[in-house]
Design a protein around this ligand. Structure first.
Ligand code: SF4
Length: 225
């Protein structure tokens, strides 16, 4: 089990616009300035951390992946995407509870637009944290001619949200102070858990194994094409 606490997430303003349902060109300069100011404020208060561990894949049968320690994950899309990988990394990332506090304070003070913007920035920040973390793993495994696959999180694609419990049973979440409640919600809220595979660069192709290419769910928020 390892912790990375020196990630340098770059919060994408374009991603924040999208999460707010805005197109880049349609954003007023007043709103753009407000978002810049809130990004700068949130960057000072967030404490990004990623906890992770890697397990060997023992077999993949149908939609079931069996890992060392008899851990079983059920998702046909993960099984297909990781079909040529030899191991899987479980991760849990958070940007800390200060961000939840500032969202809650804005709500209490009835500054709803501030709360809404902080919420979008927080989501972009935790995704950027995971992105930076995965890029580091990619650089590391590249030395052995390997690469990582696309990421999956419980509750997205065809991976059921209740498998969140399995992800937490593999990771020692206390190490980074992230809790999971009975409804599978994480606290702090701006936390993300999930998995990605690792395998030979010759066999693993992020585009070729992207399940979204052939998926008919065109309105899916997690779509990656
Ligand atoms: S579009 Fe992609 S992420 Fe969404 S359900 Fe289809 S395969 Fe899964």
């Amino acid at each position: 089990m390892k912790i990375v606490d020196d990630t340098r997430p770059v919060i994408s303003k374009e991603k924040v616009f999208r999460l707010l349902g805005q197109k880049d060109k349609g954003v007023s300069s007043r709103l753009a300035k407000k978002i810049d100011k809130q990004i700068a404020g949130l960057e000072k208060m967030m404490r990004p951390k990623v906890l992770y561990t890697t397990k060997k894949i023992q077999k993949i049968e149908g939609s079931t992946l069996t890992l060392e320690g008899d851990i079983k994950l059920k998702s046909s899309k993960i099984s297909k995407t990781l079909g040529k990988c030899d191991r899987i990394t479980f991760f849990l990332a958070t940007i800390g509870e200060q961000v939840d506090n500032v969202i809650n304070t804005s709500l209490k003070e009835k500054k709803l637009s501030d709360a809404y913007i902080y919420d979008a920035i927080g989501s972009a920040a935790v995704e950027a944290t995971v992105e930076d973390f995965q890029n580091r793993i990619d650089s590391k495994v590249k030395e052995n001619d390997q690469r990582t696959t696309l990421r999956f999180s419980p509750g997205y694609c065809d991976w059921k949200i209740n498998e969140q419990k399995k992800v937490f049973s593999v990771l020692e979440n206390d190490l980074i102070d992230v809790d999971l409640n009975e409804s599978y919600l994480m606290a702090p809220r701006k936390s993300v858990s999930g998995v990605f595979g690792i395998g030979s660069s010759k066999l693993v192709d992020k585009d070729e194994t992207n399940p979204c290419r052939l998926c008919g769910m065109h309105t899916c928020v997690a779509r990656r094409v």
